[in-house]
Design a protein around this ligand. Structure first.
Ligand SMILES: NC(=O)c1ccc[n+]([C@@H]2O[C@H](COP(=O)([O-])OP(=O)(O)OC[C@H]3O[C@@H](n4cnc5c(N)ncnc54)[C@H](O)[C@@H]3O)[C@@H](O)[C@H]2O)c1
Ligand SMILES: O=c1ccn([C@@H]2O[C@H](COP(=O)(O)OP(=O)(O)O[C@H]3O[C@H](CO)[C@@H](O)[C@H](O)[C@H]3O)[C@@H](O)[C@H]2O)c(=O)[nH]1
Length: 323
């Protein structure tokens, strides 16, 4: 049985990954400092509460377990916040990740799956973004993730640490079985906020900008179901172990939905009024981010199970009503 260390496994995407790995027959250990995650989101495997900045803890952890690979979800990940507080992002996302990688090198764990992001690309120069698209991030969050991509290339060359960087577009939805979902506090992501407005937990949803160069003036994003991210991670790990080659993959569905499209779809799914207030643009937001994930389809054999925005919103709505 393979043993995987999931760093950040108490968070939104990480907790779904832990369940997915457990179901797929892996042994899972989670390291999480619970800064944005929840202990009760770790329903499977073992939770160790601690910080990846703590080298002594990492040494103990790597000594007491024989990990076949590390999946790394731990980061701060809010675009707007990163513009106002860049040090927080570079410290946790870059310096602390470096600490984790150094521990892996010390303990000779050679396979690493990294949560990168569409935010490493910046303003797109083509309708859909594939792996050859230039990476020119326009906010500190995107730059922090791109720095890790660069240092992973250097750690492969120097120490033979092989990695897969998965550049997710906008993660959405919840566990189709209803056991897990997105629970950020404060919440800043569009879909959970829209659903809080639908359930009456909020009076309305703000739309950040309707003057972008897009069909309805609001930003376009490519939403990907969290469960489909999980399947991509497992395939990427298998690919890495078979090929022993570092690689980057973009993960999205290739469809751009505007903020107003998301609100309209949520009205249909929930049957609720969702009052809207138009606001100024939010700092650091690119107008459109849409993936070309052909490479992941071809090389990983990845096929999203829930590509429809309606399904993502329906699963998130089920979760919203259960909490
Ligand atoms: N949510 C998205 O749409 C999206 C899109 C692209 C990339 N990503 C990336 O995916 C990853 C997971 O995102 P998420 O939405 O699940 O975020 P999240 O905030 O829900 O989860 C992150 C987890 O990491 C933990 N953590 C943070 N710093 C830590 C540290 N120093 N030591 C130990 N644990 C720490 C947090 O407590 C939390 O449980 C992040 O790296 C994020 O940048 C997310
Ligand atoms: O109350 C809100 C919240 C968001 N938005 C807009 O909705 C879109 C999506 O925003 P959000 O859900 O906050 O996600 P992003 O800022 O696009 O970032 C997500 O998606 C990125 C990849 O595309 C990841 O890297 C980030 O970690 C993840 O937070 C953006 O245009 C926002 O301006 C609103 O209009 N009103």
């Amino acid at each position: 049985m393979q043993s995987i260390l999931v760093v950040g496994g108490a968070g939104y995407i990480g907790s779904h990954m832990v369940k997915y790995l457990d179901r797929a027959g892996y042994r899972v250990v989670v390291l999480d400092n619970l800064s944005t995650g929840h202990a009760d989101a770790v329903r499977y495997g073992e939770l160790i509460v601690g910080d990846m900045a703590d080298s002594e803890l990492l040494d103990r952890l790597f000594r007491s377990h024989r990990f076949d690979a590390v999946m790394h979800f731990a980061a701060f990940s809010l675009v707007g916040e990163s513009v106002g507080n860049p040090g927080k992002y570079y410290r946790n996302n870059v310096a602390n990740t470096l600490n984790l990688l150094d521990a892996m090198v010390r303990h000779q764990v050679r396979h690493f799956v990294f949560s990168s992001t569409a935010a490493t690309f910046g303003e797109p120069q083509s309708d859909r973004i594939d792996e050859s698209h230039p990476q020119k991030p326009i906010n500190p969050y995107g730059r922090s993730k791109l720095m890790v991509e660069h240092l992973l290339a250097d750690y492969d060359a120097a120490y033979g640490l092989k990695s897969v960087c998965l550049r997710y577009f906008n993660a959405a939805g919840a566990d189709p079985e209803g056991e897990l979902g997105e629970r950020h506090n404060p919440e800043t992501h569009l879909i959970p906020l829209v659903l809080q407005a639908a359930s009456g937990r909020r009076s309305h949803i703000h739309v950040f900008g309707t003057d972008y160069d897009t069909p309805d003036g609001s930003c376009l994003r490519d939403y990907i179901h969290v469960q489909d991210l999980c399947s991509a991670h497992q395939l990427a790990l298998q690919w890495l172990q078979a090929r022993q080659q570092s690689q980057q993959f973009n993960l999205g569905n290739g469809d751009g939905y505007s903020v107003l499209d998301v609100i309209e779809t949520a009205r249909t799914v929930t049957g609720q009024q969702i009052p809207v207030l138009i606001e100024d643009r939010r700092a650091g937001d690119p107008a459109r981010l849409i993936a070309d994930a052909t490479f992941a389809h071809q090389h990983l054999g990845w096929k999203p199970e829930y590509p429809a925005l309606e399904d993502m919103i329906a699963h998130a709505w089920h979760w919203e009503q259960s909490i």
